[in-house]
Design a protein around this ligand. Structure first.
Ligand code: BGC
Length: 370
């Protein structure tokens, strides 16, 4: 179903607004059985998009919630820091979780909840919020210090990645989110950013991650595979410019290996979740990277990305997480659908990524402004 941009923008904001609880948390998807929780990662990207379109009250309410979650976890954070220093894994109930109940309480189940990109992404999105005119409340600074010390302690510890998989690896994309978070903590001048252990962690991570040479970035050190979440290193985290040789190579590989003939973007070649479909939020990330590269044809390709995303809307304007029209592993799609139904739709993060891309296309002069 095709909607014009203004209608889809209105619908996206409505879906995001309906998905924001009284606490300020954003539900990942209001309808998908497994996604009735608030992820730090999804929420951070949703907040970024709201800043970009000037909806600072909504993004501010998310930061209220996230800061509250982190402050409530203070004792667990201190225990996690000690555990990591002692070479132990932090306790399931202690570490900052990838997702929380909408009221901010911890959910103890068998979800792979140890994902250190989440707190990094929250810090990154908080700095984004403040740069766009959002208030920096004292409660945020307190939470920021806790999160920065926590990330400084565990940036090199294996955890599940942004796709909640491969818990035994140290993921490049996760480390990028952590570095973006530590940089954000510094830019917001939290007290923790002046602590030697935080500054040292940030410097070591930057040296390790952004070292020149070495070809494209890969999903983790030791694999040759790329992952489309590596796009975020430049767009939107801006840890490097798109012209950075490693990023330029990574971007080219993602275009060659992970963009479908139709223009949607896969997570990584071995992906079998829902058969490995094309993800809307990654199609947005590729388009945003192209806008920044601005080689001949890039602006048009970025606009094509937005149009591809818009075409995936359901009759009610809801955007899905992914579509299986050209699944990498089509033989796996039915099994997932029998077990869990269709892929999540609406997914708030898909709507947010559509809004962010549209806003950047407007600034690049490819779409009329409001
Ligand atoms: C994705 C995560 C996301 C979560 C909620 C998972 O399937 O891999 O990146 O945070 O869904 O949307």
């Amino acid at each position: 179903m095709t909607f014009d941009d203004a209608t889809l923008a209105r619908r996206s904001l409505e879906i995001i607004g309906d998905g924001q609880a009284g606490s300020g948390a954003f539900v990942a998807s209001p309808t998908f059985s497994q996604y009735g929780y608030a992820w730090l990662r999804d929420g951070a990207f949703v907040a970024e998009s709201l800043d970009l379109i000037g909806q600072l009250t909504m993004s501010g309410r998310f930061h209220d919630w996230a800061a509250d979650v982190v402050r409530r976890g203070a004792a667990g954070i201190e225990r996690s820091i000690v555990a990591i220093r002692d070479g132990q894994a932090p306790d399931r109930a202690d570490f900052l979780q990838c997702r929380y109940a909408m009221d901010g309480s911890i959910v103890i189940d068998d979800w792979p909840a140890f994902q250190s990109d989440g707190p990094g992404l929250w810090l990154w999105s908080l700095a984004h919020h403040v740069r766009h005119g959002g208030a920096l409340r004292p409660a945020y600074l307190e939470a920021l210090d806790l999160a920065a010390r926590y990330l400084a302690a565990l940036w090199a510890t294996p955890c599940s990645d942004a796709w909640e998989e491969f818990a035994g690896h140290v993921h490049t994309s996760t480390q990028a989110a952590i570095l973006a978070g530590l940089d954000a903590a510094e830019s917001l001048a939290g007290a923790a950013s002046r602590l030697p252990e935080v500054a040292e962690a940030r410097d070591s991570l930057r040296r390790l991650l952004l070292a020149p040479g070495g070809g494209s970035w890969t999903k983790w050190v030791g694999t040759s595979e790329v992952d489309a979440s590596l796009l975020w290193i430049a767009a939107p985290y801006a840890l490097v410019d798109v012209a950075h040789p490693r990023f330029a190579m990574t971007l080219r590989r993602i275009e060659e290996e992970l963009e479908s003939a139709d223009g949607g973007v896969y997570r990584y070649l071995g992906d079998t979740y829902y058969g490995g479909g094309e993800w809307l939020l990654l199609t947005s990330a590729l388009a945003r990277a192209r806008l920044r590269r601005d080689a001949p044809g890039d602006r048009q390709r970025a606009l094509d990305g937005l149009r591809w995303m818009s075409r995936q809307a359901g009759p009610d304007g809801a955007l899905p997480e992914q579509v299986a029209h050209h699944a990498l592993h089509p033989e796996r799609v039915d099994g997932w659908q029998e077990a869990w139904g269709e892929s999540a739709q609406p997914l708030l993060w898909s709507h947010a990524s559509w809004l962010s891309l549209r806003s950047e296309l407007q600034h690049a002069g490819r779409l009329p402004g409001e």
